[in-house]
Design a protein around this ligand. Sequence first.
Ligand code: PGA
Length: 259
Amino acid sequence: MKKKIAIANWKMNLNLKETKNLTVEILDGLEKIEFKNTEIVFCPSFLALKDVGEIIKKYTKRYKWPIYLGAQDVFWEEKGAYTGEVSPLTLREIGVNFVILGHSERRIYLKEDDEMVHKKTRIALFHHLIPILCVGETLEEREDGRRDLILIKQVSYGLEGIKLGKDDKFIVAYEPVWAIGSGQAVEPKELEHAIFIIKQRLVDLFGLDLVEKNFRLIYGGSVDSSNIKEFIDRKIDGFLIGAASLKAKEFIEIIKLLS
Ligand code: PGA
């Protein structure tokens, strides 16, 4: 059985001091957890990655916990004249293992399109950063009955033409845009359907064996400790958690429920 993964996406919510305090507070609260079925990824802002990485290292050395560092984005080139961008090489250098790609906030505010997401996916895999590819429909697309089409399109553009080796791990996060930060999570039945659609497309692209072994399909959008139980048994391999991961007690509770 695949371990459930809980990915904390802290977005641009915390300053450096708050980020370090939150990391320590969460890790201190995990002492009694056995981590048989769970892994955690912290995704702080770029500038906090190094500090958070050092804190994680201290704890994982002592407890052998499966806790990793993730970035919220990466650029599609290794180096060059790309003002303001962050290279996958630098992320690797500071111990990053995962990277969120194509988050709807970037698609909306930074005008990231499917082609950019594809290039980022490619370079992430090349540098052994595990992609967390976010896909999901807007409210309008959902109401127009275009959800499945959007999911198929985003998965296809993100991954078509990419070759995955037998050791390449990959995460696809179903993140309906209307559910993010709205307090309104998706209905479990609808989630099962969306995951089925995503999986089918992945199977078309990579074959069942690779999809079962190397992919994890997760959910994100207003997940918290009060609704996560509804989703745990719905063929979901984990969660991408925004607001609820900013409160130590809440996030620890989520990890307890997953473990
Ligand atoms: P949320 O964010 O949990 O605050 O809805 C999820 C995400 O954007 O990944």
